[in-house]
Design a protein around this ligand. Structure first.
Ligand SMILES: [Cu+2]
Length: 138
């Protein structure tokens, strides 16, 4: 009997771990760390149209930005003034600093490019992906 209970607990905990570890489950809370020169993690999945809390830390030595580009647009190999009209939302974080803020996820599901617009940083690898999924709760 005890052994059966233990086995059930084990299966349950494994199932929970599997769910929690899934990178594709949408979240309304993003924790991102920016360093010279990358985002960690570099992929975020959020529900469409929901308010997303963003907690961004800059552990690097220079200014970094979290810039979400409009769907279907890309900064290419370098963020320039030509990319400014494509910005959906952005926040700047000073070196050694952090910021807690929020944004409303785009209503249109799909993949959105996230970049750091500080000159040279896209080229250095500061690119991430925001995956917006249909908000089917309620
Ligand atoms: Cu940067």
């Amino acid at each position: 009997m005890k052994r059966t209970v233990f086995f059930i607990m084990l299966v349950l905990s494994l199932a929970l771990t599997a769910c929690g570890g899934s990178a594709s489950s949408p979240t309304t809370k993003i924790d991102v760390t920016m360093t010279d020169f990358q985002f960690s993690p570099n992929q975020f999945t959020v529900p469409a149209g929901q308010e997303i809390m963003l907690n961004a830390s800059n552990n690097g030595g220079v200014i970094h930005n979290f810039v979400i580009l409009q769907k279907g647009t890309s900064a290419g190999t370098e963020f320039t003034d030509e990319d400014l009209p494509n910005v959906y939302w952005q926040v700047e974080v000073a070196p050694g600093g952090s910021t807690k803020t929020s944004f409303v996820a785009p209503p249109d599901p799909g993949e959105y490019e996230v970049v750091c617009k500080t000159p040279g940083h896209v080229q250095a690898g500061m690119i991430a992906k925001l995956v917006v999924v249909a908000n089917d709760q309620k």
